[in-house]
Design a protein around this ligand. Structure first.
Ligand code: ZN
Ligand code: ZN
Length: 471
């Protein structure tokens, strides 16, 4: 993708040849013939049935959106416990978390003058409200977050700061990192410069009048100002109005409320298919149970939930369970601050070394095209064997061995758990991410079957093997 193919071709040939030599020598070490047959059967099951899609349809229909602590979140916890039990997980439990309450309230955003327009906008997660009468003030545009950071202290007194940077689409979602820091910290930086409010172009790659929310935080000891994102077309209108070299007055009203003393409860939901020979060794599969409070959280992270639940369910149906335990973790409160995973790290600190390998699913919309391991040098040979099994599905082995598992599970990776990252095509993911458009219709059932097949094969491969992925 990023390297020049022409230049690297001879090297690729040499590498491919040596990889084949290694894998044929070590083939018998990971799985035997019968086990390879089972893995191929699991693949066919995933490709010819639609259990993950049925689970996702159930979640998006019966539960819908589920921001931490909301009614939807409570429904999601009950749904997940019941679903795991009905799918054949033999142990199911919850791990409670709590967080201070935040209510989104409503938003109104308008260009007041010189060219009045109603704006499609959404409050960022965790924003404070405006005064009851709203804020009306001139807008100062910054093309990037760095430009805002470079503004002089006090220079935005009485103004609304606006970052107009547009996120670029990329198959691996790499444009997100460059765009999202403004969402997290823009309000605090704008407040340091004296701004009354912070607005930004949505972190998204679409052209819909559908704004993208997402979490923001206030630095300690800083005046808290309201923060909102504009839909891409609305940000364009504002940019064009500002091009005309005259002051542009903007009106923003947000009725969000914080209740720091009102602790709301949620829970991660965890289920296991207990291993038949080494039950204390864990192959961990993760997704997050919560979503934003718009859309139905179909992609983020309903897709992950469907994949990891279907993986457990199909493996539970095998006549003999794999040697190691498969633990499926549906984390609470990922969107609003990694609540579930932080709690998990605390509760399971004495068994981190029992997590033999793990993977989360929390990104992508198309097919999985790449596997990137983060394992020991010796175990890399075994991962090459897995990659060979995945080749017919269009999955190529990355030349890197530094994977940190996605989202919640990155904490386990950083604590030493070997990890695998599956790269799913995310070119269109940020068209819908954190918007009211994150709904079931965006998911292509065939691509989803392929994703499910990859996770099923990985889970069985890791749980049935004796490999120490740390070595
Ligand atoms: Zn997510
Ligand atoms: Zn998200």
């Amino acid at each position: 993708m990023r390297f020049s193919f022409g230049k690297c071709f001879p090297l690729i040939v040499i590498l491919a040849t040596s990889i084949n030599a290694v894998t044929s020598l070590t083939w018998a070490k990971t799985l035997n013939e019968a086990e390879i047959k089972t893995i191929e059967q699991l693949k066919q099951t995933a490709l010819n049935t639609d259990l993950s899609y049925q689970i996702l349809e159930s979640l998006t229909t019966e539960v819908g959106h589920r921001r931490l602590g909301t009614e939807g979140d409570k429904k999601a916890i009950k749904w997940a416990v019941a679903k795991m039990k009905s799918l054949g997980f033999d142990k199911v439990w919850t791990e409670e978390v709590e967080s201070p309450q935040w209510l989104r309230g409503d938003i109104e955003a308008q260009i007041k003058a010189p060219y009045p327009h109603d704006m499609a906008a959404i409050g960022l997660g965790g924003t404070v409200g405006t005064p009851a009468e709203g804020i009306t003030a001139p807008v100062i545009e910054f093309k990037t977050f760095d430009d805002l950071k470079a503004a002089e202290k006090g220079s935005l007194a009485g103004k609304i700061a606006f970052v107009s940077y547009r996120m670029q689409a990329a198959i691996d979602g790499s444009g997100y990192g460059r765009a999202v820091s403004a969402r997290g910290n823009g309000a605090s930086v704008a407040a340091e410069k004296g701004a009354l409010a912070f607005i930004m172009r949505s972190v998204g790659t679409d052209n819909n009048r559908s704004a993208h929310t997402g979490m923001m935080r206030y630095k300690d000891n800083i005046h808290k100002i309201p923060a909102a994102a504009l839909a891409n077309p609305d940000a364009d209108i504002l940019v064009n109005a500002l091009k005309r070299d005259q002051p542009v007055d903007f009106y923003l009203k947000i009725t969000a409320q914080h209740y720091p003393k009102n602790m709301i409860k949620s829970a991660s939901v965890i289920g296991e298919i207990t291993g038949s020979e080494r039950p204390d060794e864990i192959v961990a599969l993760g997704a997050h149970l919560d979503s934003w409070d718009v859309g139905t959280g179909a992609m983020d992270d309903g897709m992950g939930i469907g994949i990891v639940l279907a993986t457990g369910a199909e493996i539970a149906k095998l006549p003999t369970q794999p040697k190691r335990t498969i633990r499926v973790i549906l984390y609470a409160g990922e969107e609003v601050g990694f609540y579930g995973t932080k709690k998990y790290m605390e509760l399971h600190k004495n068994e981190i070394d029992k997590h033999v390998i793990g993977a989360e699913w929390d990104f992508g919309l198309g097919k999985i095209y790449q596997i990137t391991p983060g394992v020991g040098a010796k175990a890399l040979n075994n991962i090459h064997e897995l990659a060979q099994l995945l080749t017919p599905l269009g999955v190529a082995m990355s030349d890197k061995n530094d994977a940190i598992a996605q989202s919640d599970m990155s904490l386990l990776s950083k604590a030493g758990m070997p990890s695998v990252n599956f790269g799913a095509d995310g070119m269109r993911y940020f068209d819908y991410h954190h918007t009211a458009n994150d709904t079931l219709d965006k998911i292509d059932p065939e691509d989803y079957q392929q994703n499910t097949a990859v996770y099923m094969m990985f889970a069985y491969f890791a749980a049935q093997s004796d490999v120490d992925f740390r070595k």
